[in-house]
Design a protein around this ligand. Structure first.
Ligand code: BGC
Length: 411
């Protein structure tokens, strides 16, 4: 493998940003575009939203439920919360042999554990591409992140949730808003910082939302579904991963950027290097199992921590794999940053105003060097306007954002 394969120079990143900006404009105009440009029916919060709300966060790995109090003036508290995995050794609610009813009964069971007795509004963060017809109605376009649960694609997500709440006797819990996690991230950051106009997730999945200032009668947060952007040069490894994935041809940017796929890319590369004699055969069963190598393994490799995978290798072979892991992480951060610059160019062509980009997700939070590469790439792309643009981690955005959305819906 030539390491040049995964390296991107400034000119390539500029071209990539420009293509991304073009896709935003064509998508807004309802011309064919890889960007779905999904309206959220929400604008920026005022920061004075108040009250107690239930938040449900369904992102594909865990179900999280929380009781959240918004105090106004950008202040909030998580009063109680709980989290349950969607997959364990005993069950898997993401599998094709599970249907929507069973999945949503599981979710309603989690809500029952923390719901108060009286009437309460619920905000629902549903982190998949969904077409909304209003703030509280979303239809799943298609699963991403390799989920397969039957009967959810094309369905009305709020109706599925309401039916499950009713079956569970939770008629006091009233769904009021449904949002994407990128929208929740943007809302939570904007609740505190009015300069926030972009929200993004760099985690298991990848996607970005932004506040579109002009196209609609009022400013509107748009979920780009940027993970489906397809104007990027794929390596043979990217193409192989895509061909073997659940949805070939879809979510190409996400397949190069997100944590769901980075470990799998590394697995394909290592196997290819072994096949061509550039590495000795490794004694790890994980190399034969799709998706058995994770983004967490990449982080460990980047930090030069010992891993079962590399324990039989000598120092220079280990360094070689470490370098590939770092290249994959760097490419991911650079591509994400280049899309942010494409959005900035759309909303402020000369990037003259102040902008804050709120980012959540395990890669941005935990992968060594990731946040720094996002920042460095943004600075390089923004050039002389770099000082007006900031980016930073926002935690709990999916949950708190759902509460803010429910408060905004109540108005
Ligand atoms: C989904 C997006 C989501 C992102 C981050 C992607 O797979 O399509 O809707 O925002 O993951 O969770």
């Amino acid at each position: 493998m030539q390491s040049e394969l995964f390296k991107l120079n400034l000119e390539q990143l500029q071209q990539f940003s420009a293509a991304f900006e073009t896709a935003i404009v064509t998508g807004l105009g309802r011309e064919p575009s890889p960007l779905k440009m999904l309206p959220s029916y929400l604008s920026a919060p005022s920061g004075n939203e108040r009250g107690t709300y239930l938040a449900l966060d369904f992102g594909g790995t865990n179900v999280r439920v929380a009781l959240i109090e918004l105090y106004g003036n950008g202040r909030y508290a998580v009063i109680r919360n709980r989290e349950a995995p969607l997959r364990t050794n005993n069950y898997d609610y993401t599998a094709a042999n599970v249907d929507a009813e069973r999945l949503f009964d599981f979710i309603a069971g989690e809500i029952a554990e923390i719901a108060p007795v009286g009437d309460i509004l619920l905000g629902h963060t549903f982190s998949f591409p969904s077409r909304q017809t209003d703030i509280n109605k979303a239809f799943l376009i298609s699963w991403t992140k390799e989920l397969k649960t039957a009967g959810v694609e094309s369905a009305n997500i709020t109706a599925l949730l309401m039916d499950a709440l009713k079956r569970r006797g939770l008629v006091n819990v009233r769904p009021a808003a449904v949002i994407n996690d990128t929208v929740g991230t943007l809302l939570t950051s904007a609740y505190l910082n009015p300069h926030t106009d972009i929200g993004s997730i760099c985690g298991t999945g990848h996607n970005t939302a932004y506040l579109e200032p002009d196209y609609f009668p009022v400013p509107m947060i748009i979920n780009l579904e940027s993970g489906n952007f397809d104007k990027l040069a794929l390596t043979a490894y990217d193409a192989k991963l895509d061909a073997q994935s659940e949805k070939p041809g879809q979510q190409l940017l996400e397949k190069s950027v997100s944590g769901q796929y980075l470990g799998e890319l590394l697995r394909l590369i290592i196997n290819d290097l072994i096949k061509h004699g550039h590495l000795p055969a490794l004694e790890s069963a994980r190399l034969n199992k799709p998706y058995a190598i994770t983004a967490k393994d990449l982080s460990l490799l980047i930090e030069a921590k010992p891993l079962d995978l590399t324990k039989t290798l000598n120092a220079s072979e280990q360094a070689f794999i470490q370098q590939i892991a770092a290249l994959l992480g760097t490419r991911s951060a650079q591509l994400a940053a280049a899309t942010f610059y494409g959005v900035l160019r759309r909303i402020d062509p000369k990037v003259e105003r102040r902008h804050h980009i709120a980012i959540d997700g395990s890669l941005y939070e935990k992968m060594p060097g990731y946040a720094q590469t996002v920042q460095a790439t943004l600075s390089a792309l923004c050039g002389s306007s770099a000082a007006t643009v900031s980016a930073g981690l926002i935690k709990d955005g999916s949950g708190v954002g759902a509460a803010i959305a429910a408060a905004m819906a109540q108005k």
